[in-house]
Design a protein around this ligand. Sequence first.
Ligand SMILES: C[S@@+](CC[C@H](N)C(=O)[O-])C[C@H]1O[C@@H](n2cnc3c(N)ncnc32)[C@H](O)[C@@H]1O
Length: 315
Amino acid sequence: MQQVRPVTFLKGLATFIPGVARFACRSSGGTDSARYCYSVWMRHLVALKSSGLATCFSRVAELGPGDSFGIGLSAVLTGVDEYNAFDAKSHAVAEKNGEILEELIGLFQQREPIPDSDEFPQVSPQLEQYEFPSDILTDDILKAALHPNRLADVRQALEHEESGNIRIRYVAPWDDSSLLELESIDLVFSQAVMEHVENVPGSYQALYAWLKSGGIMSHQIDYKSHGLARDWNGHWTISDLQWKIIKGNRPYLINRHPHSAHVAMMKEAGFQIVGENKIQLPPLSRAALDHRYLDLSDGDLETSGATLQAVKPGR
Ligand SMILES: C[S@@+](CC[C@H](N)C(=O)[O-])C[C@H]1O[C@@H](n2cnc3c(N)ncnc32)[C@H](O)[C@@H]1O
């Protein structure tokens, strides 16, 4: 059976019509929901703790926040003073960020349990339990992070980029690693982004340059076909020529890199992998693969997603 429906090719071709490519990249994930953002940030924190890594940060950066800065705002509400967001395209809307911030404040004040797989079945990493992580976000940490004066600064910084100690910065589109001071960031994270990035080695190199020695990266990556093929792994059966038509004139789609390629590119940039939590699904028959993917390992063929944590080694 054909992996790609004719309409998928037609959609790609349509993006050559002026204005359509912009429209085709309009949808950008789940960050228009405060509960999604809260769930994602808490899952990254809990996963970091499970790997024995730090969970308190001062300066963070996120790649690809999507429709709002809600994941980064969650970070700020748990003690982060500086949040830098870099997207390929400007999706986030100011009023939405304000609404999401207010809802997030309520979730943290109520110590809301982490929204789980019943509420967000597609969201990873999945956790063993979803209670509020009061061992990570202690009463003392939250009392300081949610102090009314600090919240006033957060609201101001959301509008004016900076207030008191708080800085909230959004750059979209970005393509320049000099946007951040070298060795200034404690944590870089992304959710469902690295599979879309066109220049993955260049991005990991930029993240490496931004992180302090000992700084941490936490990425959730979805290797599936994103509805572009019939099966979750059908994108690895499509020839380069067909893929060019499917991608059309869009600035990004999915890069089709398998798990081991991300691991190799992180290591190439200088990172040490410290956590690797893979999601597995049934593999394709090797006979179906396009020749470009013939040497995918058995592991890659069944890895549909992963949380990858890496550290920039200390000097
Ligand atoms: C599926 S959305 C995920 C959005 C959000 N992180 C979430 O969890 O809903 C993918 C995001 O990656 C962004 N993106 C694609 N290429 C990028 C790049 N090179 N640098 C930063 N963001 C990028 C897209 O613009 C989009 O916001």
